[in-house]
Design a protein. Structure first.
Length: 280
């Protein structure tokens, strides 16, 4: 699902050499070594263009990667152990869903959704026609919630994120479910998938990416191709504070919707503000 190289950023010859060193320096770190190199280079180029020296730019790039990705992970993920546990269970069993719940605790985004999970997708999908294809963008561990989605066995599930090890795990996990799936590493800010689908899941992703580029929301929504979009925002910060986030994110969504021929349904859950959009 990786659609080529990221959009070029204009660097001098010296800066281009520095960017190679920066990217390699980030990739050799244990914390960020599994991240798509294109995203690292994109953030690194921005830091070099600010006039930072190499060491400072490496540190700033790592800080940004922490803000938009690593801060959501509960340390090193035991993917192989999880797979071995899940493979031994029937995907239709209560034990399988309980294991999925426990694993989703290890990512902040899916952990926040667990208290509302039993109602969340049931309510959202209740306002949709039959869905034959889903694209889960910047998915994290959210595909483990597929058992809570009312999907037909023929529904095609696409998923992508920036972590190679996570996407290997997600690919193996989806093979345990009855519907076909396609999983890949993808920097959706620079290389969004262009696969046409019925439904795009863009869940709590826009605020993260807009820490890298202020217009990330518009950029992604202008690039992906779907009939329906589930666009959500967190109701609280990672630290659990509200800080007027619902109001701010509703205003952000309204600015994204301005000028578009969208039909919108709004849902307010305890931990998440959701907008279901039908295009045209």
């Amino acid at each position: 699902m990786d659609n080529g190289n990221p959009s070029p950023i204009n660097l001098s010859a010296d800066q281009t050499q520095e960017l190679v060193k920066l990217t390699n320096a980030v990739l050799v770190s244990a914390k960020y070594g599994q991240i798509d190199s294109g995203l690292i280079a994109h953030i690194g180029a921005q830091e070099l263009l600010k006039g930072r020296k190499l060491k400072e730019a490496v540190k700033a790039t790592k800080n940004k990667l922490h803000q938009v990705s690593a801060a959501y992970l509960a340390g090193k993920m035991p993917y192989q152990e999880w797979l071995e546990e899940l493979v031994a269970l029937s995907w239709q069993s209560t034990e399988f869903k309980e294991a999925c719940r426990r694993i989703m605790q290890q990512h902040a985004s899916t952990r926040e959704r667990l208290p509302i999970l039993d109602d969340f997708y049931r309510e959202i999908f209740g306002h949709l026609p039959p869905i034959t294809s889903v694209l889960d963008l910047a998915c994290g561990l959210n595909p483990l919630a597929a058992s809570w989605m009312p999907l037909d066995d023929s529904t095609v599930y696409y998923a992508c994120d920036i972590y190679y090890d996570m996407m290997f795990f997600i690919g193996k996990f989806l093979e345990l479910l009855p519907f076909p799936s396609h999983v890949g590493v993808c920097d959706i800010l620079n290389r969004p998938p262009d696969t046409k689908v019925d439904l795009v899941l863009l869940q709590k992703t826009i605020p993260c990416l807009e820490q890298i580029e202020k217009n990330a929301g518009e950029k992604i929504l202008n690039s992906v191709n779907a009939d329906h979009y589930l666009i959500t925002f967190p109701a609280h910060s990672l630290g659990g504070r509200d800080k007027g986030m619902r109001e701010n994110y509703e205003a952000r969504f309204n600015s994204l919707a301005e000028g578009r021929n969208w039909q919108v349904k709004r849902f307010e859950f305890e931990t998440e503000l959701a907008f279901l959009v039908s295009d045209g």
